[in-house]
Design a protein around this ligand. Structure first.
Ligand code: ZN
Length: 172
């Protein structure tokens, strides 16, 4: 049961990472084209990081977090720069980039989650321990908005229940 949740969370995380990276490359592309062509080699390490993370290689989770951290900084800095311009389009883009930066940081917190970390590193006992701590009827699930791991009782979920991490509705 929880394995399935973890698999889909993992899938969500590396897809998010891939889209994030593509956006990041797109954003720094005006800078990249002004540099000599061999500078494009700096794109190789990030791709390696995503692949390590996806395949659950040793330390891939740390590489994934480093990549997300770098991307969130790029989004933050470019977003702030956009906000300082006085054109509506730039300001809108700036706001979007700041939101993207914040949701990238949230994914780092998800990767740091003990249950996820143990699953990633295949530490079975601890995940089992966590499952034993669940109250009867509680199951592990992820928030539809921010993918934070939550212990919920499906039969008691109502439309008023909010995610403790992002404040969004848990039931759509
Ligand atoms: Zn949430």
């Amino acid at each position: 049961m929880s394995n399935k949740v973890m698999e889909s969370l993992h899938k969500h995380l590396y897809r998010f990472m891939t889209v994030d990276l593509v956006l990041g490359i797109f954003i720094i592309s005006p800078l990249l084209v002004t540099l000599p062509i061999y500078f494009n080699l700096i794109l190789l390490p990030p791709i390696f990081m995503v692949v390590s993370f996806k395949n659950k290689r040793k330390n891939g989770d740390i590489l994934g977090m480093i990549l997300l951290l770098i991307l969130s900084l790029i989004f933050l800095l470019v977003g702030l720069q956009d906000l300082s311009r006085e054109e509506t389009m730039s300001i809108i883009q700036g706001i979007l980039l700041l939101l993207l930066s914040a949701s990238t940081i949230r994914r780092i917190r998800t990767i740091r989650n003990t249950v996820y970390k143990n699953w990633y590193n295949d530490i079975k006992e601890n995940t089992g321990l966590f499952e034993k701590q669940l109250v009867v009827d509680e199951v592990l699930a992820t928030c539809p908005s921010c993918s934070t791991l939550l212990a919920v009782i499906p039969s008691k979920l109502s439309e008023d229940d909010k995610c403790p991490n992002c404040g969004e509705n848990l039931v759509n």
